[in-house]
Design a protein. Structure first.
Length: 94
């Protein structure tokens, strides 16, 4: 898979930010059934982050979502799909 990091970096004249939102299957992978196929989204996160120019801030709330979802046992994603709920959005914004 190719990411247009160079094109994005070239198009930014001042500063910008990129928010990379991991899905529930990445954040709560330990809760998936045994044998469930799941890609390593964090490899993709690193690839995109490393490809961006320094004038682009990179934001990935993986750690805060993981902590809230596992350590605090807070439901941060909807049970029926991969989107975060209001709790997840609040955690990501911290």
């Amino acid at each position: 898979m190719s990411f247009p990091c160079e094109e994005l970096s070239a198009s930014v004249r001042n500063t910008a930010a990129v928010l990379f939102v991991p899905t529930a299957s990445a954040v709560l992978s330990d809760k998936l059934p045994a044998g469930c196929l799941n890609d390593d989204q964090m490899k993709t996160v690193e690839r995109v982050k490393n490809g961006l120019d320094e004038k682009i801030s990179f934001i990935c709330p993986y750690e805060s979502l993981k902590y809230a979802g596992v350590e605090e046992e807070l439901q941060v994603f909807y049970k029926t799909d991969h989107h975060w709920n209001a709790n997840g959005a609040a955690e990501a914004g911290r």
